[in-house]
Design a protein. Structure first.
Lengths: 235, 240
């Protein structure tokens, strides 16, 4: 009975926020498996080649919400490559493609990934980072969310396990939930940027700075909130 | 009538800022080097002679030569057989060939296209930027100011414009900016040859985005492109 009472009622803002949280947490569960695998693989002096052992785990996870997945090393972690991504993404016809990026500071203006929110968030101790929506100029040039969790080894922070979710796919997954609510509704990230929207008045990518007549409900522990019109009869 | 203070009068009659003349000399010599009017390794006339030819004071000329030395376009050797010698940037000859292949009309059209993209992305960036979106732009400007390596500065210049585009939250416009950078970025760089660090225009664009002033951001970004293209067209017209 106690459990029953804590479940948000379906059709309410709280219920919709809970459903969205479940969808996003599904991706985080995949990332926890990647994180655990990285920890298992890493020896005392890891090199980039060791991470190839992740591939049987990474490749089947592409598809559905996830368009890219992998591990991004803390600079200096690997003996043979100061900057390194073991990153796989869907190719034009859905086949897995290994991302090869120029990580040489001498020839690339884009090598330093430590400032990106998906790396800086987990590195600063954030357990569940949802970065974006943003235009991913490092990997895909697509409008994306990147979900990321920290990976810690014996010597502390080792890097991040991360997954890309294209914003258009995320919208397909959550829009039915938003549209089931009786009024306009949209999702915002921690900074207030709209992630997905079921109203033309507050579009994805815009900044929501609060509005009278709306209620905001967190999606469980995630850095996402559902904003919806306050119904006249609601308390 | 209000009496004008002595200090203000003095300021009014102070010599016109020398910086503009130094910049003009730097640009003139840079253009001559880029266009191949001055060959790699060629010795420049003596300071007094060159100052007289250009119609500037030797002080102005020395400042200009110092700037050119910093950019690696002039090398000064002391002692017997010494003097100032021309150093042509590695990329310049190939870029100049590309410039010669384009007509003035094509250059104008490229400028129109690029100004439209740069202006639109800057306006949207100003409307949609969060404070954390400004940090990468500032970081790139700082890196531009810190570097003494021309190739690195050119990469950072491209990165800056792509980062501005990304702040717009539009993947399509950002991809268009990336395409244009790959296509005409190096050519546009020809117009920026001799610059060191970020320009006042770069800083002003970031300022307008940070203040959420979309109209100003757009105007500044368009002006930035059109100024560069105008300079390219001037270079083109000096060619046969």
């Amino acid at each position: 009975m106690g459990d029953f009472r804590t479940l948000p009622a379906p059709g309410t803002v709280a219920g919709a926020a809970d459903t969205v949280a479940g969808i996003v947490e599904g991706v985080f569960e995949e990332l926890h498996q990647v994180r655990d695998a990285v920890v298992r693989i890493m020896g005392p002096a890891p090199v980039s080649g060791d991470l190839a052992a992740l591939r049987p785990l990474l490749l089947p996870r592409l598809g559905g919400l996830i368009s890219g997945i992998g591990f991004i090393a803390e600079p200096g972690l690997l003996a043979d490559a100061p900057w390194f991504l073991e990153w796989w993404q869907e190719g034009p016809s859905g086949e897995p493609v290994h991302l090869v990026r120029d990580m040489d500071p001498a020839s690339s203006a884009f090598y330093d990934y430590t400032h990106w929110e998906w790396f800086a968030g987990p590195r600063s101790g954030d357990g569940h980072t949802v970065a974006g929506p943003y235009v991913d100029i490092l990997c895909t040039d697509e409008y994306s969310l990147t979900l990321a969790v920290p990976v810690s080894g014996e010597r502390g922070f080792a890097g991040v396990a991360a997954a890309d979710v294209f914003v258009r796919r995320f919208e397909v997954a959550v829009l039915p939930v938003l549209r089931a609510l009786p009024g306009p509704a949209f999702l915002v990230n921690r900074q207030g940027r709209v992630v997905a929207s079921a109203t033309a008045r507050q579009l994805t990518g815009s900044i929501f700075r609060g509005a009278p007549g709306t209620v905001s409900h967190p999606c469980r522990e995630l850095p996402l909130s559902l904003v919806a019109a306050q119904l006249p009869h609601a308390p | 009538m209000t009496e004008i203070s002595g200090g203000a009068r003095l300021a009014a009659f102070a010599p016109v800022d020398n910086t503009a003349r130094v910049d003009a000399v730097v640009r003139r010599l840079t253009d001559a080097i880029v266009l191949g009017l001055l060959a790699d390794g060629e010795q420049l006339p003596s300071e007094a002679e060159l100052a007289a030819q250009l119609g500037v004071s030797t002080v102005t000329l020395r400042e200009a030569l110092m700037a050119l030395r910093q950019q690696g376009m002039v090398e000064t050797r002391r002692g017997r057989g010494g003097g100032s010698f021309v150093r042509v940037p590695q990329e310049a000859p190939a870029l100049l060939d590309r410039l010669r292949d384009l007509t003035v009309e094509e250059l104008r059209d490229l400028g129109d296209h690029y100004a439209a993209i740069a202006g639109a992305t800057a306006r949207l960036a100003a409307q949609r930027a969060l404070p954390e979106d400004i940090a990468p732009l500032r970081r790139t400007l700082e890196e531009m100011a810190a570097t003494r390596d021309e190739a690195h500065l050119r990469r950072l210049h491209g990165r800056f414009h792509i980062e501005v585009a990304a702040v717009s939250q539009s993947a399509r416009l950002t991809r268009e900016e990336i395409r244009l950078q790959a296509d005409i970025g190096p050519l546009l760089w020809l117009a920026h040859t001799g610059e060191h660090g970020p320009s006042a225009q770069h800083r002003a664009i970031v300022g307008a985005i940070q203040h959420g002033d979309g109209d100003r951001a757009r105007e500044l970004a368009e002006r930035h492109v059109l100024d560069a293209v105008e300079h390219l067209i001037e270079l083109r017209l000096r060619e046969p």
